[in-house]
Structure formats: structure tokens, C-alpha cells
Design a protein around this ligand. Structure first.
Ligand code: BTN
Length: 265
């Protein structure tokens, strides 16, 4: 049995991100471990970290490559006082926190690709998924915020079909980083950005998100509810929607996928 490398992280007050850390050596997905803990009443801020996932999940039914020993796979249980429709903004809030944490090990390299990809040198090094759990009255009970970060993954460990799109901190910088230090810094940043949003709404972290935006000013194609739209990204609005200047005027993209012209998605 592998030792839990995250024991040195200070837990902090109940309710803070990382106040309880459940470390598992292997699981299909930390999202499911967190879902079960949340159903048992786990407090806000509880974090599940896995050394390895056998069926890691990405957005839109994709998988998440999760080999052991090199990366960070975690889910945070949040119990926000927001409407169901606002849950997607939490993945943008998490994006800012992730960018700030990655900045400490890859200064000047991190960008965010709407809605929730973390890029280093134009390739994906991380992803975020926000899954809402509702109660019997269809009200928001909690959010399972899943974060996967490629930290010390080597190029050889990337499956061949992802090699032209995926990267890691190690590949982008040539330096290995301390996973526990990155996790700790992420917990602190996430807690602080989450509190800011709870108090002032998503608008408060929007500017920080825009500073990391990989797409602003770029030509992209967006697929939203089956429709394809091409235009130049103007930014994001206070609800987290992507603003696209098209030949027919400005459009809001609220969900879906965006492809940068001349790059991989
Ligand atoms: C994406 O970019 O599509 C989102 C990827 C999210 C991956 C993380 S890894 C930890 C957590 N557990 C999962 O099964 N998925 C998320």
C-alpha cells in the first residue's frame, strides 16, 4: 500500500478547501468517491485525491488519462448557495485558482481555454469538471468539482492519440514539481477565489479569468447545442458565457466546445 503523500497539508478550519482529505490509492473516479461522501454528509471543503483512476472522467463523456505517481486527480465537495444554472461558473472560478497555483511552478506559461481547460504552451495540461448533485426537491445539494492536473507526466506516458494535444508542467518547463506543494497552493487559491465568488458573485473573479484567457482576440469555431459559429472571442460575460463577435453580431456561448483556428481542440 502506497503512503499518502498529502499528510503534510494543514487542514485548516472546517469548511475550508482541504479541511478533510480522503486519499485513495486507486478508484474508478474521485467524482464517485466524493459523491458517496457527500451523500453521507461530508462537509464543504472535503477533498478526495486519488493516486490513480481506472475510469477518470472528462467533460462531454470523455475519459481522463490517470496514471499513478505523477499527476493530481482530485474532487472537492462544495455546498454553494447558488442556483443550479450558476454551477458552470464554479469551473471558471476553479480555473483561476488552478492557473494561480500552476503559475508558481510554470511562471508565465499558463493559459485558460474556455470553458475549463488549462493550457501550457498551447497544449492541455489540466481540466476541470463541475457536477451538480440535487436533492429530492431538485435543488442544488452540492457541487463535485473535479480537477485533473498533469504535473510530472513525461511525454512517453501520454497515450499516442493525445500526444499532439496534451502536456504537463514537466514537459512544458523541463522541471519536475512537488505535487503536494501544488495541491496545497491550489487549496488555498481555490478557497480564496470561492469565497470571493460567494460574497460578490462571479463578476468578481471574471477579470482574473480574462487575464489568463487563451482565446480572447482569437478566431474560433464554437459548437453550441449542435450549431457551429465562427467568430473572434471578445471575452466572457458576468455569467461566464463566452462572447463571440460573429458576422451576425455578438453571440453568447453558454456551453459546448470551442476550437481555436489553426490549433488542436
Ligand atoms: C475535462 O477537461 O474534460 C475535465 C477533466 C477532469 C478530470 C478530473 S481528474 C479528477 C476528477 N475525477 C474524474 O474522474 N474527473 C476529474
Amino acid at each position: 500500500m502506497a503512503l499518502n503523500p498529502y499528510t503534510s497539508i494543514e487542514h485548516g478550519q472546517p469548511g475550508r478547501v482541504g479541511c478533510l482529505i480522503h486519499y485513495v490509492e486507486e478508484t474508478p473516479s474521485t467524482q464517485e468517491v466524493a459523491r458517496a461522501l457527500a451523500a453521507d454528509g461530508a462537509p464543504q471543503g472535503t477533498v478526495v485525491i486519488a493516486e490513480r483512476q481506472s475510469a477518470g472522467r472528462g467533460r462531454m463523456g470523455r475519459g481522463w488519462h490517470s496514471p499513478p505517481g505523477v499527476n493530481l486527480y482530485m474532487t472537492v465537495i462544495l455546498r454553494p448557495r447558488i442556483a443550479l444554472a450558476e454551477v458552470a461558473t464554479l469551473s471558471l472560478v476553479a480555473g483561476v485558482a488552478v492557473a494561480e497555483a500552476i503559475e508558481t511552478v510554470a511562471p508565465g506559461l499558463v493559459e485558460l481555454k474556455w470553458p475549463n481547460d488549462v493550457w501550457l504552451r498551447g497544449r492541455k495540461a489540466g481540466g476541470i469538471i463541475a457536477e451538480a448533485v440535487t436533492d429530492q426537491h431538485s435543488r442544488l445539494a452540492c457541487v463535485l468539482l473535479g480537477i485533473g492536473l498533469n504535473l510530472n507526466l513525461s511525454a512517453e506516458q501520454i497515450p499516442a492519440e493525445l500526444r499532439d494535444r496534451a502536456t504537463s508542467v514537466f514537459i512544458a518547463t523541463g522541471r519536475r514539481c512537488d505535487r503536494v506543494a501544488v495541491a496545497n497552493s491550489l487549496f488555498l487559491r481555490l478557497h480564496s477565489r470561492y469565497m470571493e465568488t460567494e460574497t460578490h458573485g462571479f463578476g468578481a473573479v471574471r477579470e482574473a479569468w480574462e487575464r489568463y484567457s487563451a482565446l480572447t482576440g482569437k478566431r474560433v469555431t464554437a459548437v453550441d447545442a449542435g450549431a457551429r459559429l465562427t467568430g473572434t472571442v471578445a471575452g466572457i460575460d458576468s455569467d461566464g458565457a463566452l462572447l463571440l463577435d460573429t458576422a451576425d453580431g455578438q453571440r453568447r456561448i453558454v456551453a459546448g466546445d470551442v476550437t481555436l483556428e489553426g490549433a488542436y481542440d
